[in-house]
Write a new protein. Structure first.
Length: 253
């Protein structure tokens, strides 16, 4: 069996490992690029996000974080900080909200207005909740973005003590965070290979842009900058930037 086939089989059955190397990352990036390149699919952006999330779930099952994870349902201290999402993730979230008859769009809009332009450290001190948080639970848990999927804590008491104080360090397992980095690299590389917007956007505001218009995803796929004016996340650090260029070239092969 060739090394390329071994890499494909590994990713198909086990996902990506923490600290995945270029051949494995390229397999995942190519798979997402194929989704994004299917022009017959008008929902391909959200579908690419869903595929990335499935890949992360498989990776987590194959490479669990180990004992000691303190996160539990109803514990939402980490849902009061700035979260950024890719455009495909925003479209997947919007699709989820549209399909939820109980979703309160006014609450989502109000939360987005309250957090718009607020820096991460100030938002933590203000205890501003995510637009999708209700009664301590995520209303879009199945469609939550990669950044939320990787969030974890080894000490719930530290989370509570640090609620509103961004200076307190929360101990966490590095494995989910490294898996998130790997899957985000693959998704962003696929977006670049497909000549699509690969920037990251603040979740609350991005959701209010993607949600009202059912054709926002199609307009974005056609090249319209539908997220113009939405707060952006930081660009990738230089080591990741170089790797992204190589991955994007590999994805389009």
């Amino acid at each position: 069996m060739s090394q390329a086939q071994q890499a494909r089989d590994f990713v198909r059955t086990r996902g990506l490992p923490p600290g995945a190397d270029l051949p494995l990352l390229a397999v995942q990036a190519r798979a997402l690029y194929r989704v994004l390149s299917d022009r017959a699919n008008r929902r391909r952006a959200g579908d690419a996000a869903e595929a990335a999330h499935r890949g992360f779930a498989l990776s987590t099952r194959s490479h669990p974080p180990g004992p000691g994870i303190a996160c539990r349902a109803g514990c939402a201290f980490c849902c009061h900080t700035l979260i950024v999402v890719t455009a495909p993730e925003a479209f997947r979230l919007a699709r989820h909200v549209r399909g939820d008859a109980a979703a309160d769009r006014q609450r989502i809009a109000a939360a987005a207005t309250a957090t718009r332009g607020v820096p991460a450290d100030q938002r933590a001190r203000d205890r501003r909740p995510c637009a999708l948080l209700l009664d301590g639970r995520c209303t879009a848990y199945d469609a939550r973005p990669l950044l939320c999927r990787a969030g974890n804590s080894l000490d719930a008491a530290a989370c509570e003590a640090g609620f509103g104080d961004p200076g307190i360090v929360i101990p966490a397992s590095a494995i989910p965070l490294r898996l998130k980095d790997a899957h985000m690299l693959a998704l962003v590389a696929a977006l670049r290979a497909a000549a699509l917007d690969a920037r990251a956007y603040e979740l609350n505001h991005a959701l209010t842009v993607a949600l009202p218009s059912a054709d926002a995803e199609q307009r974005w796929l056609s090249g319209e900058d539908v997220f113009a004016g939405v707060q952006q996340g930081p660009p990738p650090p230089p080591p990741h930037a170089a790797l992204l260029e190589r991955l994007a070239a590999e994805a389009a092969r």
